[in-house]
Design a protein around this ligand. Structure first.
Ligand code: ZN
Length: 104
């Protein structure tokens, strides 16, 4: 995880503070983002693809942004799908201790 550089007030609710990693990031808090992406998905393929426990979306702003992107454009690139699945797998894995050496 990159280190947050600063905090900014959420642009939607103007109440919660959002950790900002870059100036280009849109300041939106988790609860506003969850509401924004809480829309029904019509296409069966994507309905299944995005059918994940709510907790995973709450944990990862990346997953939220991919779903938001789908809701806006009704499509995802293969790359987006690939990275999405990888992030979901990583989130489902039990957390490893920080000291562990990554396999070569
Ligand atoms: Zn908010």
């Amino acid at each position: 995880m990159p280190t947050a550089k600063f905090k900014q007030r959420c642009a939607i609710c103007k109440k919660n503070m959002v950790l900002m990693y870059s100036a280009r990031q849109f300041p939106i808090c988790t609860s506003c983002h969850m509401k924004r992406i809480d829309s029904p998905i019509e296409e069966a393929e994507f309905k299944k693809f995005f059918d994940l426990p709510k907790e995973l979306y709450e944990q990862s702003s990346f997953l939220r942004s991919i779903k938001e992107s789908y809701l806006r454009f009704h499509a995802l690139t293969d790359k987006q799908k690939e990275v999405f699945k990888k992030v979901v797998e990583d989130l489902k894995k039990p957390k490893e201790p920080k000291e562990s050496v990554p396999p070569a």
